[in-house]
Design a protein around this ligand. Structure first.
Ligand code: FMN
Length: 138
């Protein structure tokens, strides 16, 4: 069965002072639910209060989790960067790939959002590559 991949970016509505607590709650619940559904992927949170997330698994499960995420009042301005089939998985498990201040990551997310209107996937590939490297870091 082909793998379905969703990559999106959004803006956090969590007051920065509460972000660490809220994100650890999101991660705890996601490890449980995503694990149960066979979904892997990664979540980034940046100092500019952006999220970027990749979710991969069977199409029904990925769409179910994405529907919950869309309803979540902790973020807004969801931009779909990719929503389609993939040859295989990029991420071995589900994980929080990055949380913190990294201008390069904000730049990569902004570029991928801009690129959505263009016939190009270079910025998306760069963002995914960045996520994969962050996940592989010890
Ligand atoms: C940026 C962000 C990413 C999230 N990622 C996941 C996720 O990967 N898996 C998950 O189960 N919940 C995730 N959540 C939490 C869901 O939005 C939701 O609260 C949770 O799945 C409960 O779903 P329900 O409200 O449909 O019961 C995320 C929330 C946010 C704000």
């Amino acid at each position: 069965m082909p793998i379905h991949l969703i990559v999106y970016a959004s803006r956090s509505l969590i007051p920065p002072a509460y972000a660490a607590l809220e994100i650890s709650d999101i991660v705890t619940k996601s490890v449980e639910r995503n694990g149960r559904l066979g979904i892997s992927g990664a979540l980034l949170y940046t100092e500019d209060q952006r999220f970027a997330q990749a979710l991969e698994g069977d199409v029904g499960s990925v769409n179910d989790v994405m529907a919950s995420i869309r309803r979540d009042a902790r973020h807004t301005q969801i931009v779909m960067l990719y929503d389609g089939p993939m040859q295989g998985r990029y991420f071995p498990d589900w994980s929080l790939a990055y949380q913190g201040n990294a201008p390069a990551i904000d730049q990569a997310i902004r570029s991928a959002e801009y690129e959505v209107a263009l016939p190009s996937t270079r910025a998306l590939s760069e963002l995914l590559g960045m996520m994969v490297r962050l996940v592989r870091q010890p």
